[in-house]
Design a protein around this ligand. Structure first.
Ligand code: PEP
Ligand code: MG
Length: 317
């Protein structure tokens, strides 16, 4: 089964009833691109740019940043393959040695992601400048992490527009991660003001179920297939559909073949994952039908717990 999936990894993931799912990869460096292409990735759904910052002892220079993003774009080759770069997502739990940060009692609830960007707009502006410069050599979409409130988004967007004013020749799609429950619940407020959503199920699970995502003893409780998470995904997709924007999933849930079919059933258009999962996820999409997956997804939304969702697996056609 695995060998067969691997043999077909370069074929698109089209369901039995003809619905295409875009299957792309998460990367942490431009040098990952060859590896993910070899697994059948159709682009990059999440470039975690914090790794570029962590690889240096001080903030990477403009030239270093541009080179990295351009390199990812060029290595991808095919310009139909999307490149989505997430802006710096560091904070209390992922510190940067050269960035002074206060000690926090609850770093996951503290200054991280977009919150840090708003406290250090200079840092964000330099990154956006590098991204826009790199986007002159091919399309780049820009995504912002950890947004929890519309005013936060508007401030981020204003900063983006200020920087983008110097690049009238460049057009970037901009979107946000949905990884905080408030953002999913308010997705209808965000959707008219951006180009796409990408759901980060790792943090969304942590914040919804109040379980530390890395906790050794609570990993069973931190299951992103829990119906509470599926309901938040459903809300997000519905808000997106009403506003004609697309929704992807870039958290670990996307890498699970069964969950991938449920996500198709909920109306998710793109799945981004660590590349080794790609062949099996594509195979699962090909075996499923969108219509049947939609029925299954409706049942999953009514399940009372994660176990109830797993029980639907046996009902899968
Ligand atoms: C997530 O939170 O699901 C996500 C994709 O981002 P990260 O794992 O980098 O926090
Ligand atoms: Mg996250």
């Amino acid at each position: 089964q695995q060998a067969e999936a691997f043999a077909k990894r370069f074929d698109p993931a089209i369901s039995q009833d003809g619905v295409r799912m875009e299957v792309v990869a998460n990367i942490s460096s431009a040098s990952d691109v060859e590896k993910i292409l070899a697994q059948g990735a159709e682009g990059i759904g999440l470039f975690r740019s914090e790794f570029l910052y962590m690889a240096h002892t001080k903030e990477p220079t403009h030239a270093q940043q541009v080179a990295e993003y351009k390199s990812a774009r060029e290595r991808l080759g095919n310009t139909d393959f999307p490149l989505i770069v997430r802006t710096l997502d560091v904070g209390g739990d992922k510190p940067l040695p050269y960035l002074a940060m206060d000690d926090e009692e609850n770093p996951f609830l503290g200054v991280r992601g977009a919150r840090l960007s708003l406290m250090r707009p200079d840092l964000l502006k330099r990154q956006l400048k590098a991204l826009l410069e790199a986007a002159r050599s091919g399309p780049i979409r820009i995504m912002f992490p950890m947004i929890s409130d519309i005013q936060e988004w508007r401030k981020i967007r204003a900063i983006y527009e200020e920087v983008a004013a110097d690049y009238p020749d460049v057009q970037c799609e901009i979107g946000m991660m949905i990884e905080v429950p408030s953002a999913a619940l308010m997705a209808d407020v965000f959707a008219p003001e951006l180009d796409f959503f990408s759901i980060g199920t790792n943090d969304l699970t942590q914040y919804t179920l109040a379980v530390d995502r890395g906790h050794a003893k609570l990993s069973r409780q931190a299951d992103p297939i829990h119906p509470s998470i599926l309901r938040l995904i459903d809300l997000t997709v519905k808000a997106a559909e009403r506003n004609n924007i697309w929704v992807g999933v870039c958290g670990e849930l996307a890498a699970d073949p069964f969950a991938a079919t449920l996500l198709m059933g909920l109306g998710v258009k793109e799945l981004s994952m660590s590349s080794k999962a790609i062949p099996m996820v594509k195979a699962a999409i090909r075996q499923a039908s969108k219509a049947e997956s939609a029925t299954l997804a409706q049942q999953a939304l009514q399940a009372i717990d994660a176990e109830g969702v797993y029980q639907l697996k046996s009902k899968e056609a």
